[in-house]
Design a protein around this ligand. Structure first.
Ligand code: KIV
Length: 272
């Protein structure tokens, strides 16, 4: 394993596989709009995920289930307009791929055609094998997602750590190998024990990107609004907050309100 870091002018699915080979960790964050995506891309992120977490973060829904394909396309096309370097992966939302492989392909094609996204992400293993195959056969890169898959929250009942029991861990390993064999270019593992995630990363050649899956994997992903502290009610152990924007923005907005009320804004130099 070489530690030499190659510069990527544009990150592709191939670059990610190369990064894994060279032992370079992959950085991934979500973004759902132009302005945020411009900052995230400019800061040097490798992968931007237009996650269906937009359902929670942007629309205020309790789960990721309500967001529609049209809404995902809207978010993804806003992100694409901002991005020069990062690979942009777009979530196929709940209900757009589970019923049959033809519908899955139609949804993936709409994302690629109408948003300009570079790849799609689907949640699940063997249950959605035929859909993944069909999408890959059409030349659309697919990122897998195993472990805690939020679109199945009503089946799980809770957002706690997945695959702690041997049977579920075994299925996860076999699903990961299947996704690699089908031709997925990468895999997200969400909220599973770190030693299991490391075992998966070591047993497949495609990059494994973790969220709440420890540091033995090939890269990390977080929800942008959580890592910059714009959200403040969601506090899982795996989340590192790099800023406290909730507090900073609240202070700034309160200051603005008070400046308007006491007529200290605008001042002489802020008017014509
Ligand atoms: O939708 C999302 O933000 C995701 C990440 C949590 C991986 O799928």
């Amino acid at each position: 394993m070489s530690t030499a870091k190659k510069e990527y002018k544009k990150v592709t699915t191939k670059s990610l596989v190369e990064m894994k080979k060279h032992g370079e960790k992959i950085s991934m964050l979500t973004a759902y709009d132009y302005t945020m995506a411009k900052i995230v891309d400019g800061a040097g992120i490798d992968v931007i995920l237009v996650g269906d977490s937009a359902s929670n973060v942007m629309a205020g829904h309790e789960t990721t289930l309500p967001i529609t394909l049209d809404q995902m396309i809207y978010h993804a096309s806003s992100v694409i307009r901002a991005v020069d370097r990062a690979l942009v992966v777009v979530d196929l939302p709940f209900g757009s791929y589970q019923s049959d492989p033809k519908e899955a392909l139609r949804s993936a094609i709409r994302i690629m055609k109408e948003s300009g996204g570079h790849a799609v992400k689907l949640e699940g293993g063997k249950e959605i094998k035929e859909s993944i195959k069909r999408i890959l056969n059409a030349g659309i890169p697919v990122m897998g997602h195993l472990g805690l898959t939020p679109q199945s929250i009503y089946k799980f009942g809770t957002y706690t750590v997945r695959a702690k029991e041997e049977e579920e861990a075994k299925k996860l390993i076999s699903d990961a190998k299947m996704l690699e064999k089908l031709g997925c270019f990468a895999l997200v593992l969400e909220k599973i024990p770190a030693n299991l995630a490391q075992k998966v990363a070591e047993s497949i050649s495609i990059p494994v990107i973790g969220i709440g899956a420890g540091n033995g994997v090939d890269g990390q992903v977080l929800v942008l609004h959580d890592m910059i502290g714009m959200t403040h009610e969601f506090n899982p152990r795996f989340l590192r907050r790099y800023m406290n924007l909730y507090e900073d923005m609240t202070n700034a907005i309160s200051q603005y309100v008070s400046d308007v009320k006491d007529i200290s804004f605008p001042n002489e130099s802020e008017q014509y």
